[in-house]
Design a protein around this ligand. Structure first.
Ligand code: AMP
Length: 178
């Protein structure tokens, strides 16, 4: 089985979670299979190398599960992008619109470095709102987005297009497109 077939056989769907109309893609069964998880990391690492990333940015919270081991594997700094009020010290903040209301993401200012190329990593790309907001935050502080990496892409939503508009030179990589 190729990795896409293995992921399809492993990931579990939860209809109407956390609210009606959403089919939640649960990555927990993947986390419970270390051999498959390592193969996923290898694919993400190849993309990170292809786009010459120098820093790995993980999106709270499931993005951390992939971004942190990826960064350690590649020997690159890991940067957590968190919801408001979680990070100490001087933070850079970006708001973005949700279906209902507004949310915010933050990164510690001290985590950003001149000349860095940031790879933004999450488990799932849906609308691209969260990853796009993190990219906007980094770009508005002079940083370059090297790329975006996801394990699962929900291609019936316009996430890829939104990220390509936000960072036209950054590649959008997803291991499994649904
Ligand atoms: P996005 O709309 O791309 O900003 O997605 C928001 C966040 O929710 C991302 O961090 C995704 O990991 C998560 N997410 C969105 N839709 C799903 C889904 N159907 N299943 C699992 N996680 C999701």
């Amino acid at each position: 089985m190729n990795i896409q077939q293995e992921l399809l056989a492993t990931l579990k769907d939860y209809p109407d979670f956390p609210k009606p109309g959403i089919i939640f893609k649960d990555i927990c069964p993947l986390l419970a299979q270390p051999a498959l998880f390592k193969r996923v990391l290898r694919h993400l690492a190849e993309h990170a190398a292809d786009c010459s990333a120098t820093h790995i940015v993980g999106l709270e919270s499931r993005g951390f599960l992939f971004a942190m081991p990826l960064a350690a594997e590649l020997g690159l700094p890991f940067i957590p992008a968190r919801k408001s009020g979680k990070l100490p010290g001087e933070v850079l903040k970006q708001s973005y619109t949700l279906e209902y209301g507004i949310d915010h993401v933050e990164i510690q200012k001290s985590a950003l470095a001149a000349g860095a190329r940031y790879l933004v990593v999450d488990d799932v790309i849906a609308t691209g709102g969260t990853a796009g907001a993190v990219a906007r935050l980094i770009q508005s502080n002079g940083g370059t987005i090297a790329g975006f990496s996801f394990v699962i892409e929900l291609s019936f939503l316009p996430g890829r297009k939104a990220l390509q508009e936000q960072a036209p030179t950054a590649g959008v990589y997803s291991l499994l497109t649904l």
